[in-house]
Design a protein around this ligand. Structure first.
Ligand SMILES: [Zn+2]
Length: 124
């Protein structure tokens, strides 16, 4: 049994983007991440951003658009071996400890490694 250090929770993130839309094709355009009151650019997006500013006849600025995202954060657990890891349940709801390789269910109970699951079913 692992010790649950922190229960799983859902993180709520609001992403902000500065959006430009093509005037001749409303389905396409440009989106630039917006943070701390200014646009965040890398060398590639900087080119696009400049292009948008220089071509108001082609694109329309929609301003800063907020987008809500939910992100599931798995429980943080401490294994008997002392290793801390996330009970992400990536394998049929089970997760191995990244250090000692013991397998745990989402609730924190130790389970047999998946290569022994089939044998169990045959015995029943
Ligand atoms: Zn472990």
């Amino acid at each position: 049994m692992v010790e649950i250090i922190r229960e799983a929770y859902t993180d709520h993130i609001i992403e902000k983007n500065l959006e430009y839309r093509r005037k001749d094709d409303h389905e396409s355009g440009f989106v630039f991440p917006w943070k701390d009151g200014k646009v965040q650019l890398n060398p590639i997006s900087e080119k696009n951003y400049k292009w948008c500013q220089e071509h108001p006849e082609e694109v329309e600025c929609l301003g800063v658009v907020e987008q809500e995202n939910w992100h599931r954060v798995p429980a943080l657990a401490r294994c008997e071996c002392g290793n801390e890891f996330y009970l992400s349940g990536n394998y049929y709801g089970c997760t191995p400890c990244s250090k000692c390789g013991k397998w745990y269910a989402m609730s924190g109970y130790e389970v047999k490694p998946p290569d022994q699951w089939e044998e169990d079913m045959e015995e029943e």
